[in-house]
Design a protein. Structure first.
Length: 240
C-alpha cells in the first residue's frame, strides 16, 4: 500500500494556532446578532433559532476543518482533505499549483492561499498551505513544484487552452461572488428596515425581509452577471 512514495511525501496541516483576534471577533459578532434578535419579542422564534443553528454548524465545521483538514502530497498526486470531504488529483491531471495573494486582506486575515488548478481549468484551495501555517508560502509552493516535476511527466509550462478555461471559470466565480455580496447587502438593508418597522408597524414582514429579499437579489444578480460574462466568452470556449 505504497500510496505516497518517491521522496515527495508532504503533509500540510494545522501547526499554528488560529489568531485569537479573528476567533474572538467571529464569536462576538455571532453572539451579538443572536442577542439583538432575542431581545425583541416581536421577532418570530424561528428567526433566532435558525440563525443560532447556522452559527453553530459553521463553528462546528470550522473546528472539524482545523483538526481534520490537511493537504497530502505523494507520488500519485495531491489530496485536499476538508472537514467532511476530500478532493484528489493525479499528477497527470494537475496543470499548476499557485500561491495567490488575497487582495485587500484584513490585518488578522490570511494574506496568501495556495490553489491547485487541473487541466480543465478548475481550481480548489489546498488546506493549510497559507500564511497562517507557512512562513513563506510562495517559496514553499516553488519547492513543491520543483519536487513534483518528475512525477508529472511534463514540465510546468503554460498552455493557452487551459489558461483560457481558467479565465472563463474565474469570470463565473467572480459573478457568483458578486451575487452573494449583493444578497448579503440586501439582507443588511432588510435588517435595517426591519428595525425601523419594529417601531412603526404592528406587523413586520420578517420572512420577506430576512429570506425572500436576499434570495431574490442573489438569484437576479447571479443570472444577470453570469449571462453577461458568458456573452463575452468566445464561442469556441463555451463548451464545459
Amino acid at each position: 500500500m505504497d500510496t505516497y512514495g518517491g521522496g515527495i511525501e508532504r503533509e500540510y496541516r494545522k501547526r499554528k494556532k488560529t489568531p485569537p483576534l479573528m476567533a474572538l471577533s467571529m464569536g462576538l459578532l455571532g453572539l451579538n446578532a443572536l442577542f439583538q434578535l432575542y431581545r425583541h419579542h416581536t421577532t418570530p422564534q424561528w428567526v433566532p433559532a435558525s440563525l443560532a443553528a447556522c452559527y453553530l454548524l459553521l463553528a462546528a465545521q470550522m473546528v472539524v476543518y482545523m483538526r481534520r483538514g490537511r493537504t497530502l502530497v505523494g507520488a500519485r498526486g495531491i489530496t485536499a482533505r476538508r472537514a467532511v470531504t476530500e478532493r484528489s488529483r493525479a499528477w497527470q491531471e494537475i496543470y499548476d499549483i499557485r500561491a495567490e495573494p488575497v487582495p485587500n486582506a484584513a490585518q488578522s486575515a490570511r494574506k496568501w492561499f495556495t490553489y491547485l488548478y487541473d487541466t480543465e481549468g478548475r481550481r480548489f484551495v489546498l488546506p493549510h498551505m497559507d500564511d497562517w501555517q507557512l512562513d513563506d508560502v510562495p517559496a514553499e509552493v516553488a519547492a513543491l513544484r520543483e519536487a513534483a516535476a518528475r512525477h508529472r511527466g511534463a514540465a510546468w509550462e503554460r498552455r493557452p487552452e487551459v489558461e483560457a478555461r481558467i479565465r472563463r471559470r474565474a469570470g463565473h466565480r467572480k459573478a457568483w461572488q458578486r451575487a452573494i455580496t449583493g444578497g448579503l447587502i440586501a439582507l443588511g438593508c432588510g435588517f435595517l428596515l426591519w428595525v425601523v418597522l419594529l417601531f412603526t408597524r404592528d406587523h413586520v414582514p420578517t420572512l420577506l425581509l430576512f429570506l425572500w429579499l436576499p434570495l431574490g437579489t442573489f438569484a437576479v444578480l447571479a443570472a444577470l452577471l453570469n449571462w453577461r460574462w458568458e456573452s463575452q466568452v468566445p464561442l469556441e470556449l463555451r463548451q464545459p
